[in-house]
Design a binder for this molecule. Structure first.
Ligand code: ZN
Length: 418
């Protein structure tokens, strides 16, 4: 080919450079420290933050977004979601949700909720099981393909538990139908096998249930799960309420305890020492009242609601690392899944957790637990541009998060104030 022709050919063959987006940010919050910097310019190119500071020069062709009257921060992370699940109301047994809805419908429910929570400011979620037959993996794929705008999703696949999943004494005539949502694993070898199966089908995190049946996972069972999952680069999240089962989970080296409503100060101190995360799923009492209780722990909403506030306050005072996790699985009339996730803020406030620490639990800490802190969870050079903004200061009033009116996901604006 003639040289000049070749140059022309190359020029036209190259993809057009993606347009730079420049955010004029009035107040930028660093949730890792609680510090605020005013009048920053954030440049976003190819999905990532390419510059942040006061003296960035605006490229001529940049698309400028005026957020000069807004508080800007990294997108929110919920480390304990079940977007594909909604409990059937009216005290139906917990299992009714997966007896009545198949994987296709569950995926669509997940898509519906994912779109709502992304627009509300949650740019990353960790689905910790109860996702039918690996619906989360399919949703994650659909978002990666760009078919829909959704949050970054991490999936746990099927929950690993001793025989029977989280079902309590179903009649034997019904068969082991919990296996649509759970894998029975009653020995270290079965735990290893279950982890391999989950990872094969797309799991990013391994979820175990330690104390939902007569048999609790031993410290050695947990250690085996942790060794196996870590060898594949996945963290381990364990559902546990408290008692000796929680000792096993902490000492066995789990990355996070999910729920932990009954944790003692001694256990919380051990978690701090070992760097174990608490994902407290700190339910407001009103939400607990709507749950279909699958066990005695969930039976009395008011008592448990108070216990949760107390435990959250103690965990905060002791200095346990906490990541925000909502575990919202019910519906309330006229309210979205996102509205309900923000209801947890009132519990954190009631427990005396300062707004800065709440924001940290919802961003920096979540990113660390999810092992994505090199890519997401802060506004820094080279991070994916998951950016939210709101017209009021969440460090003064954390409920300002309900007013989020700008959301950028991987550099794409999915919601804008104008
Ligand atoms: Zn859950």
């Amino acid at each position: 080919m003639h040289r000049r022709l070749l140059v022309l050919f190359l020029l036209f063959a190259l993809p057009a450079a993606a347009q730079t987006i420049a955010l004029r940010a009035g107040h930028v919050i660093n949730p890792a420290t609680g510090a605020v910097q005013n009048n920053q310019i954030i440049l976003v190119e190819n999905g990532k933050i390419s510059s942040i500071g006061t003296d960035s020069t605006l490229p001529k062709d940049a698309q400028v977004v005026d957020l000069s009257n807004e508080w800007v921060m990294p997108g929110l992370i919920d480390a304990h979601t079940h977007l594909t699940l909604s409990e059937i109301p009216g005290k139906a047994p917990f299992e009714a949700s997966y007896l009545k809805e198949g994987t296709a419908l569950r995926s669509l429910r997940g898509l519906h909720n994912a779109e709502i929570i992304l627009r509300a400011g949650f740019t990353t979620v960790r689905e910790v099981g109860n996702e039918a037959n690996y619906a989360c993996s399919d949703l994650k794929q659909a978002f990666k393909e760009g078919w829909f705008d959704g949050p970054t999703m991490q999936c746990a696949g099927k929950i690993i538990a001793p025989f029977g999943g989280q079902s309590v004494r179903l009649p034997p005539e019904q068969g082991e139908f919990w296996k649509w949502e759970y894998i029975d694993a009653d020995s270290p070898d079965e735990i290893r096998r279950a982890i391999h199966e989950n990872i094969y089908y797309g799991a990013d995190v391994i979820k175990l249930v330690a104390d939902n049946s007569a048999f609790h996972y031993s410290e050695n069972d947990i250690r085996v799960a942790v060794e196996e999952a870590h060898a594949a680069g996945r963290p381990v999240a364990v559902h546990v309420y408290g008692g000796p089962a929680a000792d096993n989970v902490i000492r066995g080296g789990a990355d996070s305890l999910e729920h932990g409503f009954g944790l003692t100060d001694e256990q919380l101190r051990l978690m701090k020492e070992k760097g174990t995360f608490l994902v407290g799923t700190d339910f407001p009492a009103a939400h607990l009242a709507g749950l279909n209780p699958s066990n005695d722990t969930l039976a009395n909403a008011d008592v448990l609601g108070k216990k949760i506030i107390d435990r959250l306050g103690r965990a905060n005072r002791i200095g346990v690392k906490m990541a925000f996790g909502s575990d919202t699985v019910t519906e309330m009339p006229g309210r979205t899944r996102a509205d309900m996730m923000f209801d947890y803020l009132a519990v954190w406030r009631a427990a005396g957790v300062p707004p800065a620490d709440i924001l940290k639990a919802m961003t920096t800490n979540g990113a660390e637990l999810l092992r994505i802190d090199k890519e997401r969870g802060s506004l820094a050079l080279g991070q994916f541009a998951d950016i939210i903004a709101m017209p009021a200061d969440p460090l003064q009033d954390v409920e300002s998060l309900r007013k989020i009116n700008f959301v950028m996901k991987n550099g794409k604006i999915v919601r804008s104030p104008k």
